[in-house]
Design a protein around this ligand. Sequence first.
Ligand SMILES: [Zn+2]
Length: 103
Amino acid sequence: MRVKKEDMVVVTKGEYRGKTGKVLKVFHKKGTLIVEGVNFVKRHTKPTQTRQQGGILEKEAAVSASNVMIYCANCARGVKVGLRVLPDGSRARYCKRCGELLG
Ligand SMILES: [Zn+2]
């Protein structure tokens, strides 16, 4: 999985198709991730000391990593990402469309 926390991604499938958001969490084992503002689900909560009333809380649920693409700011769209080895030996991801390094 080439998506990392803090990446901007575009949803390519389902109800949130076309929506861009920041990756908040990555679950590598499951191959899923949480994207800010994407895939809201309602959760029923019980009253707590900090929240007087229980009720319905909307929270992002994980989406499959195969349903998102990395967003390239240069291309202004979701793109395929390749890996490139830099002169110092570290690996960087790059946009296969425009060649821009994505970090
Ligand atoms: Zn690009």
